[in-house]
Design a binder for this molecule. Structure first.
Ligand code: NAD
Ligand code: MG
Length: 371
């Protein structure tokens, strides 16, 4: 039995992690955390049956609570399914304690970057990505371990294209929150659904891949693949390309991360290629979806730029969800914030907290200027 902590247990990933755990008998859930819908968790009325069954402990709250929860749980594995840069502190605590981390919170890697990777290396904690594309890449890269450096030449991340694939910039001017939340292939929390509609999600994922696998930005490609069957691909020096395939269901990468190095049994129908008929691919429309380019530029700039990008995006997405800005203004807020805030090339966790704060302030000012 592995002692497991699930952070963000009332969210889309958190609930599915509880489902994966309930389907097997390899994990004991020793602590859960939640922000929204926490009352349900305490009232033992969480939407996840398993939360009710698993929970029989004390309740902590306040800013120090997460650190206390992780340190006190004597966990073998922490699943971080918190949304946004609010998840970075939990990542840092888990890795500092040398606890293996199943990481859904991609913002931890976007914001914390090299510091997070160095921390994991220093304590020997293992970082297991939950993001489907990165879980795919992790598996593909593991299959080539032991090959000479340079054997893996390129990484390709697929993007569904989101609900607005095929629309021009003009056609995006008046899209609504409801339309943006309606993702064609994945069911996810609100913030990542909007990120998928703007393609910022893919931008954050390229930065995540760069950090996780140490791959240069020039060797990471993004291709739109509306069916979301191929999750990622690696291209090798001998002309081979290896792809990871499966129906879009987050229980698969969650199960991989929670059960590593074993394979779990997940109750899914086998991939039926005849029924799928065809898989299609197209280029990203960078004019209609400028957020991917903004993220790539921030990633290449490095230092605190990804932190500033992420904070501005969080502020802009929250404003869009709250009907305080339009869909196209999300990218404008991010671009203006990156122009306004000083980027530091060398940084500490303290610098990141300060950059995050400055970026949120600048992004909020931008929003006021628009209204
Ligand atoms: P969600 O909004 O459904 O759930 C977020 C969880 O975090 C909730 O339990 C919420 O209560 C908690 N939370 C929110 N703010 C918090 C704070 N300030 N402090 C502590 N807890 C807080 O989000 P989600 O869709 O499950 O996504 C979670 C993470 O996983 C994100 O980083 C997202 O990018 C990543 N991810 C999600 C999916 C998906 O299919 N949903 C896929 C890949 C990656
Ligand atoms: Mg993903």
């Amino acid at each position: 039995m592995r002692r497991l902590v699930i952070l963000g247990s009332t969210g889309s990933i958190g609930v599915q992690a509880l489902e994966v755990v309930a389907a097997g008998d390899e994990h004991e859930v020793v602590a859960l955390s939640a922000d929204h819908r926490w009352e349900e968790l305490i009232a033992h009325e969480s939407s996840a049956e398993q939360a009710r069954a698993a929970w029989d402990g004390e309740v902590l709250s306040g800013p120090e609570a997460l650190a206390q929860l992780i340190s006190g749980a004597e966990a073998d594995l922490v699943c971080n399914a918190i949304v946004g840069s609010a998840g970075l502190a939990a990542t840092v605590v888990a890795l500092s304690e040398g606890i293996d981390l199943a990481l859904a919170n991609k913002e931890s890697l976007v914001v914390g970057g090299e510091l997070v990777i160095e921390l994991a290396a220093a304590t020997g904690a293992r970082l297991l990505p939950v993001d489907s594309e990165h879980s795919a890449l992790y598996q593909l890269i593991a299959s080539e371990k032991g090959q000479a450096p340079g054997t893996i030449e390129r990484l390709t991340l697929t993007a569904s294209g989101g609900p607005f694939r095929g629309r021009s910039r003009d056609q995006l001017a008046s899209v609504t929150v409801e339309e943006a939340l309606n993702h064609p292939t994945w069911e996810m929390g609100g913030k990542i659904s909007i990120d998928s509609a703007t393609l910022m999600n893919k931008g954050l994922e390229v930065i995540e891949a760069h950090q996780l696998f140490g791959t240069e930005y020039s060797a990471i490609d993004v291709v739109v693949h509306p069916q979301s069957i191929i999750h990622s691909m690696i291209s090798l020096s001998d002309g081979s390309s290896l792809a990871h395939m499966g129906y879009p269901d987050m229980r698969v990468p969650i199960a991989y991360a929670l059960h590593w190095p074993e394979r779990a049994t997940v109750d899914l129908k086998p991939l039926d290629l005849e029924q799928l008929g065809s898989l299609t691919f197209e280029a990203v429309d960078n004019d209609a979806f400028p957020c991917l380019g903004l993220a790539l530029a921030a990633g290449r700039e490095g230092g605190t730029a990804p932190c500033v990008l992420n904070a501005a995006n969080e502020v802009a997405v929250a404003a869009f969800l709250d009907h305080r800005c339009s869909f196209l203004q999300i990218a404008s807020v991010i671009e203006a914030t990156l122009d306004a805030v000083d980027i530091e090339q060398s940084y500490s966790f303290e610098t990141l907290i300060e950059s995050d704060r400055a970026a949120r302030e600048a992004a909020t000012e931008q929003l006021l200027a628009f209204s």
